[in-house]
Design a protein. Structure first.
Length: 115
């Protein structure tokens, strides 16, 4: 059974930082592309950042230079470091695993940035 467990969301003031984590189980993590998506109130879910199994990353233009995605294959963990947060970053952040066995989602973690 595949499980993606997110943690680390919370409330932060604009300009602050947060780090969200996702621990995966039930998948061959080192062979799986991992990503973070978000859904803001009243908006569709959008890609935030992805990291493939080789460590190559890509970002939504709105977060480039502020967010960093990384992975630790030994711990089956993908991290999203978020700096210089803005109120428009407020959303539920979802971890995603996309590999040969399927496409999987975590339950989400709330990130709220106050102005």
């Amino acid at each position: 059974q595949v499980q993606l467990a997110e943690s680390g969301g919370g409330l932060v003031q604009a300009g602050g930082s947060l780090r969200v984590s996702c621990v995966a189980s039930g998948i061959m993590f080192s062979r799986t592309a991992m990503g973070w998506y978000r859904r803001a109130p009243g908006k569709q879910r959008e890609l935030v950042a992805i990291i493939d199994r080789s460590g190559v990353t890509d970002y939504n233009n709105s977060v480039k230079g502020r967010f960093t995605i990384s992975r630790d294959n030994a711990k089956n963990t993908v991290l999203l470091q978020m700096n210089s947060l803005k109120p428009e970053d407020t959303a539920i952040y979802y971890c995603n695993a996309n590999g040969w066995s399927g496409n999987y989602w975590g339950q989400g973690t709330q990130v709220t940035v106050s102005s």
